[in-house]
Design a protein around this ligand. Sequence first.
Ligand SMILES: Cc1ncc(COP(=O)(O)O)c(C=O)c1O
Length: 397
Amino acid sequence: METRAGDPGAFAHFDLHRVDSPAFVIDAARLRENLRILQDVGERAGVKVLAALKAFSMWSTAPIIGEYLDGVCTSGLWEARLASEFYDGEITTYSAAYKPDDLDEILRLSDHVIFNSPGQIIRCSAIISAARARGESFDIGLRINPLHAEGEVPRYDPSAPHSRLGFPIDQLTEEHFALIDGLHMHTLCEQDFPPLARTWDVVFDLLEPYFGKFKWINLGGGHHITRADYQRDELVQFLLDLKDDTGADVYIEPGEAVALDAGILVGTILDAHENGIAVAITDISATCHMPDVIEAPYRPAMLGELPGDPEVIGDEGAVRLGGPSCLAGDVIGDYRLPFAPEPGRRFAFLDQAHYSMVKTTTFNGVPLPSIWLWDSETDALECIKRFDYETFRDRLS
Ligand SMILES: Cc1ncc(COP(=O)(O)O)c(C=O)c1O
């Protein structure tokens, strides 16, 4: 998968020895810059912008996010609890399926509760009615699947054939609208505006007979709005038109765009040897700290990497970097390092604020990176959290 982020920004001048290793360092100034862009789009288009906690839920930054956005979207009970404990604004919850036992609390904590199928809404109707009878106020939504694939990689495309995510739009009927207040769709991943426009073209025709029958429509995430080349003016005009056409309130819930290029993962070379090519073991593990490197897969950009083509196996000057775990495939990639691969040397991978910190594991007893907040405008640096042996032990029994 091609990654189009990786702008070092102020990290180009950050001394990597100011923090532990491994460590996530988040730049609050870059976060605010992203949030200002999202807020501006929201205000100009008159739509609500929610931050997707699944991508970035470093809750010590919740007050910053709350200054700019309208709320957060969550993926189930635990994120909804986190949202209600720390974040401001509205809470929207969507899960591919709810456990009936979780639903009471989810309905209490969330403003919008979005289901993946009308069947589950019907099965949960007694729980929903009882919550309303207790005076709780929430909207019910249905996630639709536009059946229009725009994704680069099927694993990241909720509209890929036979997807389990969202109710197929061609099965929607008038009766479904009696069950719901709003609609949701999430079909994009790291995409710019044209894929959204093409998706809506398809959805428009199928949904037009039902305009006026839903109060709101949530266009999910996957919008790379804070990327420098994103067509933000077109998006604003599109959202204004969409509101006019449907008569509905509109929500978007970007995750990655909130934290794009706002964080690095700092690591250290522990050992190096030759095995046909130069190889180095680091204290950053792909599988434990950046699992998308293996899952997506993608090659994270490195701070200060020298030009060249390390993707060519054996490229002279390139070093294969991997983690300390026993997994043979715990390989991050081949890199042209800006220094000799000597033990003790520090380096950093770019654009690691989103979908890394939320996905870490302690497989092999590999320590979790500590979490730091830096403000590149003031140079203030704070260690937010260090993880110790007990964190590893207490996840096991
Ligand atoms: C329902 C939903 N909303 C929002 C998002 C956030 O997407 P992104 O981080 O790509 O903007 C996701 C990501 O998977 C999602 O599944």
